[in-house]
Ligand binder design. Structure first.
Ligand code: ADP
Ligand code: DP6
Ligand code: CO
Length: 357
């Protein structure tokens, strides 16, 4: 009898926000980076992707694989999504070859339905949570015995930053040196429980889709920026070392300085790209000044800003400084700067959530 079963698996994946940024590919096909990077994984209680993968012999082969992203059909013919599907199917096919009693899921069309509960393509790491969820959902569907490291290598091929969203806590993506990418994957530097007081405040300056995607932006930077060479050979290796030490010692001032300097360095290479790329706007710059004011008022460093490829700020701080950071920040930014949507989402552990004003 024909198998009419619809096989299904769902998973969620978190966002991660880098404190030492990935920006540049040495191999765009395999998605291998020009430098290592390090991030903090945020709580899925606040920001997450939810993805359901299904497959069935009853799905028409003529329709092929498909992805419904936030309710809209999304193109899966791109080389990077295809690479993820190919890697996952090959692993499933190997299981099926070893055990002929298994249903031949690797031969069925895949349908993915995915939803982000935060702005997509706005510099809040939707590609990270998105591809981590995509890869894990299909791996679960195929019942693959794959480790997080192995899934990390597959997710990396979908979007570089996604390799870090397969782990919680403090996560490094080691750039590796192998030409085939076999040593370019994420590993956990420390569990969230190692430094459980860490918090992240997300300030949504604009939820609009960015003008220049991360993929395209970093390729323009690699091709045209002279400053970029300095960043990958000197700045980032030093920041990686300092950051790992700061995390090991739970030294917030050191963590904050490296975070802010690395964000500034990354955006400087964007400005040095020709023609220049500007991800930050006036509102972003006001957030930087607000963090400086908060730290000056405290007489020590209690808050750190970082910006991905978009205008939205992520502010790291420690739980005990919540009032000084979140309270002041909201007052300064929410009260005085035109353009803020006053959307405040907390990461790691929820501290506060405000409606849009
Ligand atoms: P971001 O700063 O949000 O990571 P990027 O330019 O890096 O922005 O990537 C955005 C792209 O990532 C989207 O246009 C889409 O192709 C992909 N993406 C985002 N969310 C998902 C998802 N849930 N599932 C699959 N792909 C996704
Ligand atoms: C600024 O991982 O989105 O957020 O590999 O081309 O999909 P692709 O790029 P992506 O780039 C992220 C860039 C960043 C820094 C970071 O997350 O490390
Ligand atoms: Co991205």
């Amino acid at each position: 009898m024909a198998d009419t079963t619809v096989y299904r698996a769902s998973t969620t994946a978190p966002v991660n926000i880098a404190v030492v940024k990935y920006w540049g590919k040495r191999d765009p096909k395999l998605n291998l980076p020009t430098n290592s990077s390090l991030s903090v994984t945020l709580s899925q209680a606040d920001l997450r992707t939810l993805t359901t993968a299904s497959c069935s012999a009853t799905y028409p082969a003529s329709e092929g694989d498909s992805l419904l992203l936030n309710g809209e059909p999304s193109d899966v013919s791109g080389a990077r999504t295809q690479a993820c599907f190919r890697e996952l199917r090959a692993r499933r096919a190997a299981l099926e070859a070893a055990d002929p009693s298994l249903p031949k899921l690797s031969t069925f069309p895949l349908r993915l339905v995915s939803e982000n509960n935060f702005p997509t393509a706005a510099g809040l790491a939707s590609s990270a949570a998105g591809f981590a969820a995509l890869v894990r959902a299909v791996a679960n569907l195929y019942e693959l015995p794959a480790s997080p490291s192995e899934l990390s290598k597959i997710a990396r091929q979908g979007s570089g930053s996604a390799c870090r969203s397969l782990f919680g806590g403090y996560v490094a993506w080691r750039m590796g040196s192998a030409a085939d990418g076999s040593d370019s994957m994420a590993d956990q530097v420390a569990e969230a429980a190692h430094w459980p007081e860490m918090r992240a405040l997300i300030l949504v300056a604009s939820a609009a889709k960015k003008g220049v995607s991360s993929t395209s932006g970093m390729q323009q930077t690699v091709a045209t920026s002279g400053l970029f060479q300095e960043r990958i050979t000197r700045v980032v290796p030093e920041n990686m070392e300092r950051m790992e030490k700061a995390i090991a010692e739970r030294d917030f001032a050191a963590f904050a300085e490296v975070t802010m300097r690395d964000s500034n360095s990354f955006h400087a290479t964007c400005a040095d790209t020709y023609p220049p790329i500007f991800y930050m706007n006036d509102v972003s710059r006001a957030a930087i000044r607000a963090v400086e004011a908060i730290n000056a008022a405290a007489g020590r460093t209690i808050a750190a800003y970082t910006f991905d490829a978009g205008p939205n700020a992520v502010i790291y701080y420690l739980e005990k400084d919540t009032e000084a950071v979140v309270g002041t920040f909201y007052h300064v930014i929410g009260g005085e700067v035109e353009g803020w949507k006053r959307s405040v989402i907390s990461g790691l552990k929820p501290t506060m959530s405000l409606d849009e004003g």
